[in-house]
Design a protein around this ligand. Structure first.
Ligand code: F6P
Length: 375
């Protein structure tokens, strides 16, 4: 087993509240408790490839627990398909050289699904890696949760709370579009916590008729307003069918020409569905006669200070990762499991997405309290 003296850390993918808290938790444990050195690569995979880094000592790690964003910067690059002048390049040999020259024996990557894939590529090339689960989407496989999710859920919940009073005052429908990529965790969690009247998630394709029926039933009961939490990935049944058909064409393409045409058709379908929340607002206004407005919560959900739950999770995960480094356990994601943590082989995580199972307790609960799910 290599004796680890110097470790590198980086943050990759979209930022999320808690990244700095993990850097601090990992750094304080690895430097103060395990007596190793730490450097941080700038801007995710980009800094790793370009050999841009900063030495992290005790003073660099002080005062960052509560700060949003990432002190190291981030990017969304792929290490094995790194884009230079529009062409993909495998930069793993360059990374290996950089790490060797710096004397970095292990690398810790904080990121989501894409980062787990990058980490696996580096692991397959023989580099000692550990990955930590970051995303507001909560869609990383094999971990109960990820840091950033709890904070984003708080922010989205508060927004839904605030939208209630204005929707109520104006007798309007308000659609709050919530992030989450192709998973519904964030809108479902915030929708339940904020008491949204209807919650739309990608895992349950909706119909305008079903949403209209829920809103009309509310009007009949004297509630002339509705707040709808719409996941950015939620789609109506027809859009889902169009998207799946387009994906099938891509998978079935046998020649480069057919693949090119299928990919451009898929891009067209995705483009045409991008404004789906606004289309839904127009449809609901026409169907119910209620004025309908849209609020896109967007990047507000990723910004600012992490909540207490995320700081605690971030510190626990970071510290556990430092312990794994000293034990020589690499090629793993440090998963959150109940009150503890558990190393899970990257091969089990990379390339998988954790969607909301349609029999999940949150879905059953939402239905029992009378929330419409659009189906
Ligand atoms: O993965 C986090 C996330 O905020 C998703 O919810 C969203 O779909 C995506 O990132 C936005 O990505 P970008 O920062 O590249 O616009």
């Amino acid at each position: 087993m290599t004796t680890i003296k110097r470790v590198g850390i980086l943050t990759a993918g979209g930022d999320a509240p808690g990244l700095n808290a993990v850097i601090r938790g990992f750094g304080k444990t690895i430097i103060g408790y395990h007596n190793m050195e730490l450097i941080g690569f700038r801007d995710g995979i980009k800094g790793l490839v370009e050999n841009r880094y900063v030495t992290l000592d005790g003073s660099a790690l002080s005062g960052i627990l509560t700060t949003g964003g990432t002190m190291l910067g981030t990017s969304r690059d792929k290490v094995h398909k790194y884009m230079i002048d529009g062409e993909p390049h495998n930069m793993i040999p360059t990374v290996q050289d950089n790490l060797d020259r710096l004397g970095v024996d292990a690398l810790v990557l904080l990121g989501g699904g894409g980062t787990a894939k990058n980490a696996k590529q580096l692991m397959d090339a023989g580099i000692n890696v550990i990955s930590l689960p970051k995303t507001i989407d909560n869609d990383i496989a094999c971990t109960d949760t990820s840091f950033g999710f709890a904070t984003a859920m708080e922010i989205a919940t508060e927004a839904i709370d605030r939208l209630h009073s204005t929707a109520h005052s104006h007798h309007r429908i308000i659609l709050a579009e919530v992030m989450g990529h192709r998973a519904g965790w964030l809108s479902l969690g915030a929708g339940i916590a904020g008491g949204a009247d209807i919650i739309l998630i990608p895992e349950i394709p909706y119909t305008v008729d079903s949403i209209t029926a829920t809103i009309k039933a509310r009007i009949a009961r004297g509630s002339s307003f509705s707040v709808v939490a719409v996941a950015e990935g939620a789609r109506d049944v027809t859009d889902v069918a169009d998207y799946q058909a387009a994906r099938l064409l891509v998978n079935a393409a046998k020649t480069p020409e057919a693949l090119g045409a299928a990919k451009s058709h898929l891009a067209h379908v995705e483009d045409s569905q991008r404004e789906h929340t606004f289309q839904l607002a127009r449809d609901l206004e026409a169907a119910t006669g209620l004025e309908t407005r849209v609020t896109i919560l967007g990047y507000v959900q990723r910004g600012g200070t992490p909540c207490a739950e995320d700081r605690l999770l971030a510190t626990r995960l970071g510290s556990a990762a430092a312990d794994l480094v000293t034990e020589g356990q690499f090629g793993v994601l440090v998963a959150a499991r109940g009150q503890g943590t558990e190393p899970v082989p990257l091969a089990e995580v990379a390339g998988k997405v954790k969607l909301v199972p349609t029999d999940h307790d949150w879905i059953a609960t939402a239905r029992k309290v009378g929330t419409g799910l659009g189906d």
